[in-house]
Design a protein around this ligand. Structure first.
Ligand code: SAH
Length: 352
């Protein structure tokens, strides 16, 4: 049993079952035993590989997309370039490298990273030295300035609550204890005004998920962009008003039981892009698959140019990375891009 399992069992025995959101928050962010606080999740040695770790082309495309939007909006003199959950800092580093040649862009930027893990902050500091980034715990401290923002695989890591429809009411999935071990259970159904809009598209007995932290974050992004200008690219796996249980644990590139090793496995859920778009409604929100977005931006031409300099195993790996990012059967369709812009500004390149 992991140390965190012992702590959680004692807590639940004392005060009763906890929501999935509480369970996820403890497993991911507990200061001593949490997954992001203690593990190096990324890359071949870790538990999963994210798009920026697959190929530099991902960050290049996103960086140039936002830099073009900055130009389209009149190249404002002071803007924030923010990232939510930057991991190793690879995406931001690739974005900055790709946009070095855009006159005036870097001089206008203040790079801001929103990161909960002190250990990952140190990794990001190392990757991004030279760009004088600053760190925030949440979006509250973002300056009143045009905001250009990226978030890749950030929202899937935010704690979710899960409900099963029972008539006009909802039973919540909870984590309890049985025979000395963590176990999933369901609360008695109660009507919930918060989920009234899901009665129309959820059959009796079906499961829906909601992410309480996502709404306020998207509202803040939408407001800053609507008021001051800018653009955001939110990339993650998920769908639009989805139903079903997507709560999952990943360890060593495979699925595992989310209750088996709290703190040692990554816990995630699919992202509901409809809820994100609704919360950012003061700005314009457009959602499309990652593959279509990257191809619209010209990733195939960039892949060709890089391929000219490669051969053998390196060339094979490069071609495989291109396929992985764009092919519908790989990340191209399951991963979505939500683009946020002011209603009066041109849409972000690649999204229209
Ligand atoms: N964007 C990176 C990393 C994705 S993993 C990539 O694509 O490789 C999720 C990241 O979000 C990690 O950096 C994790 O520490 C951070 N994170 C998770 N929950 C967070 C929270 N509540 N607040 C701030 N950062 C968080």
């Amino acid at each position: 049993m992991t140390p965190l399992a012992r702590l959680l069992i004692a807590r639940i025995a004392a005060t009763g079952p906890i929501t999935l959101a509480d369970y996820m928050a403890e497993c991911l962010l507990h200061p001593a035993h949490g997954y992001y606080a203690t593990r190096e999740p990324f890359g071949a040695q870790g538990d999963f590989i994210t798009a920026p770790e697959i190929s530099q082309m991902f960050g290049e495309m996103l960086g140039l997309c936002l830099a073009q939007s900055w130009l389209d909006q009149g190249a404002p003199a002071r803007v924030t370039l923010a990232e939510l959950g930057p991991g190793r800092g690879t995406l931001m580093a690739d974005m900055l490298r790709a946009t070095r040649g855009v006159p005036g862009f870097h001089a206008a930027l203040q790079v801001v990273l929103v990161e909960a893990s002190p250990r990952l902050r140190a990794v990001q500091q190392d990757t991004l030295k030279g760009h004088a980034p600053t760190w925030l715990d949440d979006l509250g401290g973002l300056p009143d300035a045009p905001l250009f923002l990226v978030a890749n695989e950030f929202f899937d890591a935010l704690p979710i609550r899960q409900f099963t429809r029972a008539g006009q009411a909802w039973a919540e999935t909870v984590v309890g204890v049985a025979d000395g071990a963590l176990t999933l259970g369901r609360s008695s159904p109660v009507p919930l005004g918060l989920l009234a809009h899901r009665l129309a598209d959820t059959a009796d007995g079906n499961i829906i998920e909601m992410c309480p932290a996502a709404g306020p974050i998207m509202q803040r992004i939408g407001q800053l962009i609507a008021t001051h200008g800018g653009g955001a690219l939110i990339v993650d796996y998920g769908g639009w008003n989805g139903t079903g249980d997507t709560f999952q644990a990943l360890r060593h590139h495979g699925h595992t039981d989310p209750l088996a090793e709290p703190g040692l496995a990554d816990l995630t859920a699919h992202v509901d892009f409809a809820a994100l778009a609704r919360a950012a409604a003061s700005a314009r929100a457009t959602c499309l698959p990652q593959g279509a977005f990257l191809l619209n931006l010209g990733i195939a031409a960039r892949a060709d140019a890089l391929a000219m300099r490669l051969q053998g195993m390196a060339l094979q790996a490069h071609v495989a990375a291109f396929e992985r990012l764009t092919a519908p059967a790989q990340m191209g369709q399951l991963f979505k891009v939500l683009a946020i812009t002011p209603t009066q500004a041109p849409p972000l390149p690649g999204t229209a």
